[in-house]
Design a protein around this ligand. Structure first.
Ligand code: UD1
Length: 360
């Protein structure tokens, strides 16, 4: 029995193809949702859109400080492991649910597999960086999405026998659902025209917490909105923060977080994307859409080296300059889709797990 874990929005997109592949192959599995994300827009719409079977269990942990949320997950996931007695626990990405479930399993001597292993921003100020490092060091099977993964894991003393370069399961979802998402023409419902708008997302603590930084980003987006219509589906925490700081929008359209299909369609037909997300850097690279990343670093270097991503920081003057340059088609190098981002990553994950089970 394999215990598959999801908790937050990006997990759903990465895990859906893997769980569906296991079901297709008749591999016994149980799906647990920690309940870290619980809103209709942050969770339910993703299960519906991704045709992801409903979780067998929802731990309902909800929100909290990092310690409180992680502790709640640890405490509620341990009895699940004891009851299910899985051969393997599979966790994905870098959210609090990832580290909490990996830790609970490892302490019970249950092997852990980590999907999206080895990514490093080398910025320990990010909660996700801590989650990545710790989860990788608890895992027996490490599935990497890009070449940097193996390099970082090796440098931290993790040997090649545990590392499996499988590609990117998030791109499996993208390839499976792109045509359907475009058929919905989600830009039309927002009064936008194909390739004539920019798409914005923002939710990283390092951008939201510092009021002066956020005010600079707000000003830069308002300025950009004057030359390119912008749509900004807003994460609940981001919405609360802008309200708290009384920052209002005149030149940017704000909407609720979108479901998977509408967001994918919006992204695929955007002129450019401005984001601080991790996964969106990868999805834009797969789609060939220019991405300007409002951060000082990225844990996904392949999106810069081979894809359409540029890490530009948060200085308002730089944002304006980069937007102008992107709109003029400037500095556009030949971009390509990275190796093994081919829609077959979930099958490779299932192959490795089956071989591991047979050998252990
Ligand atoms: C989490 C991940 C982040 C990921 C992001 C995607 C961690 C450390 N961070 O951040 O890596 O990119 O998910 O969205 O796990 N909230 C709701 N409804 C929800 C979920 C959250 O209103 O369904 C609000 C709550 O006010 C909550 C806040 O968002 O306190 C933060 O949620 P949380 O799950 O702690 O982290 P995210 O910021 O979503």
């Amino acid at each position: 029995m394999i215990l598959n874990v999801v908790g937050a929005r990006p997990n759903f997109v990465k895990m859906a193809p893997v769980v569906k592949e296991m079901i297709r192959r008749g591999m016994p599995q149980v799906l647990v949702h920690t309940g870290q994300h619980y809103d209709r827009e942050m969770s339910d719409l993703f299960f519906r859109d991704l045709e992801f079977p409903a979780p067998d269990m929802n731990l309902g942990v909800g929100s909290g400080t990092h310690a409180a949320q992680t502790a709640k997950i640890l405490e509620s996931f341990e009895p699940v492991c004891i009851k299910v007695k899985p051969r393997l626990v599979l966790v994905a990405g870098d959210v609090n649910s990832t580290i909490a479930c990996a830790l609970a399993a490892a302490k019970l001597h249950i092997p852990v597999a980590h999907l999206e292993a080895g990514l490093r921003s080398f910025d320990r100020g990010m909660p996700e960086e801590i989650n990545r490092i710790l989860t990788d060091h608890l895992a027996e099977l490490l599935f990497t999405t890009e070449p940097s993964g193996k390099k970082h894991l090796n440098a931290e003393g993790i040997g090649d026998s545990k590392i499996h370069f499988v590609g990117n399961t998030m791109i499996d979802s993208l390839r499976e659902f792109l045509a359907r998402s475009l058929a919905r023409e989600p830009w039309k419902a927002k009064g936008l025209e194909e390739k004539k708008y920019g798409l914005v997302t923002l939710h990283r603590p390092e951008n939201l917490e510092d009021a002066s930084k956020l005010s600079g980003i707000h000003a830069a987006l308002e300025e950009t909105g004057k030359i390119l219509p912008l749509i900004f589906p807003m994460h609940p925490r981001t919405k609360a923060r802008f309200a708290e700081l009384n920052m209002r929008w005149t030149h940017v359209k704000i909407c609720e977080p979108l479901g998977y299909l509408d967001f994918l369609g919006m992204m695929a037909r955007a002129r450019l994307v401005l984001t601080d997300s991790g996964g969106i850097q990868e999805e834009t690279t797969a789609l060939g859409v220019p991405c300007l990343t409002l951060r000082g670093n990225t844990e996904r270097p392949v999106t810069i080296e081979e894809g359409t991503n540029r890490v530009i920081g948060t200085d308002p003057a730089r944002i304006a300059e980069e937007v102008r340059s992107a709109l003029n088609g400037g500095q556009r190098k030949e971009a390509r889709v990275p190796s093994l981002w081919d829609g077959k990553a979930a099958a490779r994950v299932a192959d490795v797990i089956q071989a591991w089970k047979a050998a252990s």
